[in-house]
Design a protein around this ligand. Structure first.
Ligand code: 6PG
Length: 247
């Protein structure tokens, strides 16, 4: 199936199932070739998943030392800023895993947005140029969130970034209603849709109608929502929790 959607009664159940999927995918990749790559999602929803990854068995039975971690988007704020996706993941689980510092590949947000995007893309291309003979596509797994307007990563409806066909990382400015109101760097559709696996996470009643639209009217949704364009082009697993729970 090109697209699968699973609904959970609670965010805690979704976090446990998502953690099992994440670790199965990465462990299998390490078993096959000795290393694996993961791109983390930002926002609040993945926090419970990340905290779950810091717990047994996910922390102890996953070969984290052979896994390189990236981000599918980041806000243009300092690493220690409360809105930083990198900072959230470090606090939630990365600092608690046996993950060497060189395995963490964060964008350089001390640069202006356009330069940060270009530098991050160059870093990612160099990383995979040295390895692509061993893999069919860049990332083994890209995690994504789902905004209430249908955005994912920092690909927002109606923006030119959705028509990018070459660049892997671009700068983006969120619409006025999206918070935090700061510039971002984001993976583009060409990079996201090459991934071996994509898992999209959403939680809470405010996203129920959007999840239904994505699953029930996919052709039309792809015209309106960047999130729908992802799985129109790439097999995606969409996890939805009806209640947000304690993240
Ligand atoms: C970001 C995220 C963004 C997020 C959605 C959902 O940097 O903001 O990458 O795409 O996943 O906006 O955010 P919540 O999980 O906080 O609802």
């Amino acid at each position: 199936m090109r697209f699968a959607q699973v609904t959970f009664a609670h965010a805690g159940q979704m976090a446990q199932q998502a953690a099992a999927c994440v670790c199965d995918i990465l462990t299998d990749a390490v078993r096959r070739r000795g290393w694996a790559t993961l791109a983390l999602a930002g926002g609040a929803t993945p926090r419970l998943l990340y905290r779950t990854l810091a717990q047994t068995p996910f922390a102890t039975h996953t070969p984290w030392a052979a896994i390189d971690v990236f981000w599918s988007d980041e806000r243009c704020v300092a690493p220690g800023h409360p809105d930083s996706n990198v900072g959230m993941a470090r606090t939630a689980f990365l600092t608690q895993l046996a993950l060497p510092a060189e395995n963490i590949h964060a964008p350089d947000m001390t640069l202006p947005p356009a330069q940060a995007a270009q530098a991050y893309e160059q870093h990612i291309r160099r990383y995979f140029a040295a390895r692509l003979q061993a893999v069919r596509a860049p990332f083994d797994l890209i995690l994504l969130g789902l905004g209430t307007d249908g955005h994912t990563a920092s690909l927002f409806p109606g923006q030119t970034s959705l028509h990018e066909t070459v660049r892997w990382v671009v700068a983006a400015t969120p619409p006025a209603e999206i918070t935090p109101a700061v510039a971002r760097v984001t993976f583009t559709l060409p990079l996201i849709t090459q991934a071996e696996h994509v898992i999209m996470l959403a939680a809470g009643p405010a996203k129920r109608a959007l999840v239904d639209a994505l699953t029930d009217d996919r052709a039309h949704a792809a015209w309106r929502y960047p999130a729908a364009q992802v799985y129109a082009q790439r097999e995606t697993l969409l996890f939805y929790a009806t209640t947000e729970g304690r993240a």
